[in-house]
Design a protein around this ligand. Sequence first.
Ligand SMILES: [Ca+2]
Ligand SMILES: [Ca+2]
Length: 340
Amino acid sequence: MTLRWNKPNQAVRFDVYSSDDGDEWEQMLDDELTFSYDGESLRSGARHYRVVAIGADGAELDAAEVTTGGEPIADVIAHAESLPPEDYTKGSHYQLTKVLDEVKAQLDKPEHDEAALIDAIYDAVDALVSVDTLLQEVELEPSMVEASTIIWPGEGTKQENGWRAFDDDTGTFPDTLESVSWIDIEPGAERAVAIDAVRVYPRESHISRANGAIFQGSNDDGETWDDLLTVNGVGEARWYQFDLEERTDAYERLRIFDGHNGRCNLAEVEFLTQVDDTTMLTALVDEAAAIDRSQYTEDSLAVLDAAVEHGESVLADSAATQDEIDAASEDLLAAIDQLR
Ligand SMILES: [Ca+2]
Ligand SMILES: [Ca+2]
């Protein structure tokens, strides 16, 4: 919240006061030549401000008051509900939906603390975790990487040249001998992995050479290549992340193809793959463990226990797919709902 005002003629200094109730005032600025004041943004309720203009002789020339307020709770709820679930981990978004359900239930009661409910929503929104936290760098080894030529002007090996894009040093970069060149990455059939995003750091002295590099994948030993991404928009010496529109196939071979005389000058490259999202299932297992069992029937607890046991086995299974994880979450959610 920023308060701004104009300078009346003859005013040389300003005082600013704030108050929660309009009766008791606290001085925030004392005799300052400024035309704005940064106050704390309010989540709920109201706060009053009073700006006093002072003349050269120290006399009060003019004063004005304003009242600021937080958003109405309906707007806070609407904003929280408008956040796209796919941008966040399933578990963190589930916690937000639970808070919103609870807030709406409370709002129906005559004696509710609206400020506390608004705080609870803000806290749950703050606690959302970006889905980007599930992106993991694909681990490569020097033996998996090879450039199409040795290092310009005629040094090292093709492997050493290619590895310069993966050596975790933004000061080193592949530099090929030819205007059409490439870097091959061969994770192999067993380690073939689907790609969700690519991060790139350009060569600092030749930044624009990164633009035009084409990331490709092949599953027929390099006979044919699928284009996955063309780098563009790189203009500074920093990391750029390119999120692919959809997850690629799992490729046994990847290639960074440079047909624009950029000499494969990418100082660093990271292939990112999204790991399965177990946050919702984990949250539900924790929620089930915290349930007061004395409140429920043995039959309904038996259903819950079976769903928890299955959920824990899915969490422990490193080969479990996202569909299996989601199905276990739904079962567990239903088992919690059916408690009687
Ligand atoms: Ca790296
Ligand atoms: Ca490097």
